[in-house]
Design a binder for this molecule. Structure first.
Ligand SMILES: *Cc1c(COP(=O)(O)O)cnc(C)c1O
Length: 346
């Protein structure tokens, strides 16, 4: 797909939209007296509105991720980026998306909220892309294919050649959600944005960076797509605290983040071995993320036993291809020890 074809995918009302212009957008240059936004003039630490364009934060993200700032959108969590993609590209009631299953639930929930029709072909038995099943589900009204790699809840990477196939063959957008990329034994799709105008990569500070409470999701895409997301977003979607703290972590805590990731990875591998030695466990799926999908001999029994011990895991046993499975996040060595001790008591 060529960059010129992106235009055709956008909703007409979004193309026509004249976006809200913030007080700070309406002047250029240096200001020392700000009487334009009805803010309180006294300093509370937060009396000023945040930068609606998040310029400093985006320069930092640009330096860390090696991608031009014009290709970055910052959202109030990835969930905001997902919602905005629907609002920019999908006409309610008529347009369609493809969400191969099992995967992250928000793609479908957000589709329903936006009244977008969802097709849900299955991934393969090993949770990889089934090209034929996906292409069979494509109609002239299909706007987006959502892929998640490493996939939640299965933990595996999707095959790059299959993603490439879809990028080449599908005349719409392909979203690759890389929420768990920092734990994965592979490289990001971000450097390939120049090759594929229809590629959209999602990342987040909620997982490896340990900043789930800050709510910062990132979307990397062709600058035209970024421009459309910016046009539709709430003007001040990233608050002052989040912009400041995310900037601080990205500039000063990169080494610490990598150390945390290394610890989680060695704990994940240790936890996988320990789980396999428990009689309640049937299978541990290979993982490129910070969690393990585990098939139990009796998932309900294990789940409720864990709850009684105060240990909460994610019950995925009613999800397509995940029958009998629990999804277990890798914790601290002590938490993982408690989990295994509890499991041995069954
Ligand atoms: C956790 C997760 C996210 C993160 O969402 P945020 O809104 O950024 O916290 C995104 N995608 C997937 C697949 C996830 O598992």
């Amino acid at each position: 797909m060529k960059a010129a074809d992106l235009h055709r995918l956008v909703r007409q009302n979004v193309l026509n939209l004249k976006p809200y212009s913030t007080a700070r957008d309406e002047f250029q240059g240096k200001a020392s007296v700000l009487l334009d936004a009805n803010e309180l003039p006294f300093t509370t630490g937060y009396n000023r509105y945040p930068d609606p364009h998040q310029r400093i934060l985006k320069e930092t993200i640009s330096a860390v991720k090696l991608v031009p700032a014009k290709n970055i959108f910052a959202g109030n969590g990835s969930d905001e980026a997902i919602d905005l993609l629907y609002r920019v590209f999908c006409n309610p009631g008529t347009d369609q998306v493809i969400i191969p299953q099992p995967t992250y639930g928000m793609y479908s929930v957000s589709a329903s909220i936006n009244d977008v029709i969802v097709h849900t072909p299955s991934l393969t038995r090993s949770f990889d892309i089934d090209i034929d099943a996906i292409l069979d589900a494509v109609t002239p009204r299909t706007k987006i294919i959502f892929l998640c790699s490493p996939n939640n809840p299965s933990g595996n990477l999707l095959t790059n050649s299959a993603i490439e196939n879809l990028l080449n063959q599908f005349n719409g957008l392909v979203v690759v959600d890389e929420a768990y990329i920092d734990f994965a034994d592979t490289t990001s799709w971000v450097p390939r944005l120049q090759e594929y105008p229809n590629l959209i990569v999602l990342q987040t500070l909620s997982k490896a960076w340990g900043l789930a409470g800050l709510r910062l999701g990132l979307c990397f895409a062709h600058e035209e797509v970024i421009g459309l997301l910016d046009k539709v977003k709430p003007p001040y979607n990233i608050n002052v605290l989040t912009q400041k703290e995310a900037h601080r972590f990205l500039t000063t805590r990169q080494i610490e983040m990598k150390e945390h990731v290394q610890t989680v990875l060695s704990e994940r591998n240790r936890l996988a071995d320990l789980l396999l030695s428990c009689s309640a466990v049937d299978h541990v799926f290979p993982s490129n993320a910070n969690f393990l999908l585990v098939r139990m001999k009796d998932a309900q029994k294990v789940y409720h036993h864990f709850v009684r011990k105060g240990i909460i895991v994610r019950d995925r046993s009613s999800v397509t291809l995940c029958e009998g499975c629990l999804r277990i996040t890798v914790g601290t060595p002590e938490e993982n020890h408690q989990l295994i001790q509890a499991l041995k008591l069954i």
